[in-house]
Design a protein around this ligand. Structure first.
Ligand code: CA
Length: 224
């Protein structure tokens, strides 16, 4: 899943960027509202983590503009203002949730997971596709009751495909949601990662649930 973190204080932006990347998300950063708006217009983010106190733009105004985009990412507001009026106003401007600074990183992670869950139609933290199970909290994958050892990128690709199971997902879409802004758009990395993922799924001699749709992309479906 692809996240944009909007925060002008480097002392907060860097640990957030690092922590969320470490948790398996593809993370871009923006130190001000102008850059944030440009990136959110260009890229389909799954979630924007947005600090309200920005140097160049009112955070609530940015929130309103980001949630008005056609791609409509989820928005989690970070605010040092703990006044109830600010929170209410933030939610009125389209934010999906808010967190008051200072906060504990595990709580931020839990809220990020909860917001992303709203879009993938699961109530819990485990995605299921036939005999395939992916645990978003423990970062574990089980395939026919056997644990599958995946790299962080393979895990993220599988997570994305599981939220779109049955649909054809193009390499471009995977690149946009699983890799960050530093990815080379002409890279073979998507093809390579899907290839290793498919080999791991095929290792147990079960029919693979991950198919290539020639010229269009990849599809994950419940193997019969
Ligand atoms: Ca700030």
């Amino acid at each position: 899943m692809r996240l944009l973190v909007v925060e002008d204080e480097p002392d907060l932006l860097h640990p957030l960027h690092f922590g969320l990347s470490n948790a398996g998300y593809a993370v871009d950063g923006a130190p001000n509202g102008t850059e944030a708006l440009a990136k959110a217009t260009q890229t389909t983010y799954d979630l924007v983590v947005l600090d309200l106190g920005l140097p160049d733009m009112d955070g609530l105004e940015l929130c309103r503009r980001v949630t008005a985009l056609q791609t409509r990412p989820r928005v989690l507001i970070l605010t040092a203002r703990d006044g109830i009026a600010d929170r209410v106003h933030g939610l009125d401007q389209g934010a999906d949730d808010y967190l008051v600074k200072p906060f504990a990183f595990p709580e931020l992670l839990a809220r990020v997971r909860a917001l992303l869950r709203r879009d993938n139609g699961t109530a819990g933290s485990v995605l299921v596709c036939g005999a395939l199970e992916l645990d978003l909290v423990r970062h574990e994958v089980w395939w026919h009751q056997q644990p599958l050892s995946l790299t962080r990128k393979e895990f993220a690709v599988l997570e994305y495909l599981m939220t779109r199971q049955g649909a054809v997902v193009s390499a471009e879409e995977l690149l946009e949601h699983v890799w960050d802004e530093n990815a080379d758009p002409f890279t073979q990395t998507v093809r390579v990662t899907v290839g290793t993922l498919r080999r791991k799924l095929a290792a147990g001699n079960h029919p693979t649930p991950l198919e290539t749709v020639v010229g269009r992309g990849y599809r994950l479906r419940e193997a019969s």
